[in-house]
Design a protein around this ligand. Sequence first.
Ligand SMILES: [Zn+2]
Length: 209
Amino acid sequence: MNIEIIREKRKTLLLKIVENGKILIKAPLRLSDAKINEFIASKQKWLNSKFQKMESLDEFANSFDFDKFIYEFAKPVMETKNISLDYESLNDAKKLKAIKKQYLEMFNTLKFRAYEFAEKYGFKVEQVSYMASIYKWGSFSNKGEMKLNYKLIILPHELIDYVIIHELCHSKHMNHKPQFWKEVEKFCPNYKDMRKEMKNYSFILKTDF
Ligand SMILES: [Zn+2]
């Protein structure tokens, strides 16, 4: 295990997994090493399950066929718009730029879906626009503006719908309290599975393009 211990002026011990599975411990200045080791040992079970989860997410990310997804979604759009793209010949950086361009072209599909749901389910939305973020799939402002991350386009349709419904429900509840989730459940009864499923795609969210 890769562990870094930082001693600082504090009263309690803190343990966190940071990048590349490194464990960061923040400890009070004068706490003994033995006590710190005891603390780490007490967290071992939790750490193991976290690492296991990270590993399976990595596997999923590695086996994910980016190209196939992009082609499935992008090709019909490219064909109707007469865009031809020699995707194979692009290097990785250019590929990401090209993907972004394609996603933006396809963003209208998400937009229409959001308006369609708003009308069907009686939500008020002033405007739907895209956002680029490595932190959020969507947002909803108190002015009634919905923003959707264009990377959503790569997700399975039921997850896209979940995100749209989630954001629409923020027009009634600007928080994640139980009432909010009750509202979500009305339109998306299996929202709990969707939330779990969304985590599998967090690597797409974190990919910066
Ligand atoms: Zn939310």
